[in-house]
Ligand binder design. Structure first.
Ligand code: GLN
Length: 285
């Protein structure tokens, strides 16, 4: 009796995932095999007819069963890709999303322009995995970056991620509510991808999100706008600065409401709702 080949394992996994309602089964069955074998796509397809070891088969079957129960692959692997880098994720933090990579991109462009590449002070509200502050610190090493989260568990993961990317002693981490921990600081850039799903709608999310991701990171209160209301209110009482940039990630139906909240910040001169890669409203800057 021979062990199964990579091709056989792939085909079995893919049809099992399909029976369990997973959509992109070919891609996912392949991704798990590449992760298992620690190879890139090119080498993977050259190994197609090699046999797996007993141990590899056991591990792969465990992963495939977890995925068939709709657990996110990022939880199964304990990591997610963001802005070309790897971040540790656990059920205590939101899995970084590609839309947030575009938030980073826009802030970098706007800030370079507005502050003429001078060192600035940036705060990120709602750290989660730490993907936002860590990416900024790696992309702009002279920025002074603070980040805040209500969850001590999330902060612990974010600090681990900062340590693996060697920026742990550059970023200041605070536990607290919205901007409270930095209320006496002259912050120039405020960024947040806060929880923005209305409480009731959280209960109707796909199992994949609802059962596995922290509701603290998803639930934005009755109408989903509570974090934007709180943050914009607190911005009004921060120490004044000459120029300030605010960038929020938002739910696709919240453009108008969030733009209205931002317009109410004293001396606000310009507000824009911007779209993500699927052309949905996703940012207010
Ligand atoms: N800022 C983190 C992220 O974008 C966490 C966001 C959240 O928990 N709502 O992934």
């Amino acid at each position: 009796m021979h062990n199964k080949t990579i091709r056989e394992a792939f085909q079995q996994a893919s049809s099992f995932l399909k029976q369990n309602g997973i959509e992109d089964t070919l891609f996912e069955a392949e991704w798990m095999l590449r992760e298992l074998l620690a190879v890139d796509r090119t080498s993977f397809f050259l190994m197609w007819d090699e046999r797996l070891t007993e141990e590899q088969i056991g591990k792969y079957e465990k992963w495939v069963n977890r995925r068939a129960a709709h657990e996110p692959l990022q939880h199964i692997f304990g990591k997610a890709e963001f802005y070309g880098r790897s971040f540790r994720v656990t059920p205590d933090v939101l899995i970084p999303r590609p839309e947030t990579e575009l938030l980073i991109e826009q802030v970098i462009h706007l800030a370079d322009d507005l502050f003429e590449k001078k060192p600035i002070k940036l705060v990120d509200v709602g750290t989660g995995s730490g993907c936002i502050p860590i990416t900024f610190q790696l992309e702009r090493s002279d920025w002074s970056i603070s980040t805040i989260d209500l969850s001590a568990d999330a902060l612990a993961i974010a600090k681990q991620n900062a340590a693996s990317h060697k920026v742990a002693d550059k970023i200041s981490f605070h536990q607290g509510s919205y901007l409270e921990p930095v209320r006496q600081q002259a912050v120039q850039v405020i960024v947040s991808n806060p929880p923005y799903i209305p409480s009731e709608a959280v209960l109707h999310l796909d199992d994949e999100v609802k059962k596995y991701e922290p509701h603290l990171a998803l639930d934005g209160g009755k109408d989903g706008l509570t974090p934007y209301r709180e943050i914009t209110k607190q911005i009004a009482s921060l120490p004044p600065v000459l120029k300030r940039l605010i960038a929020f990630e938002i739910g696709e139906e919240q453009g108008k409401e969030v733009a209205d909240l931002v317009k109410q910040i004293p001396a606000c001169s310009w507000v824009e709702v911007r779209q993500d890669m699927n052309d949905r409203d996703r940012y207010v800057v």
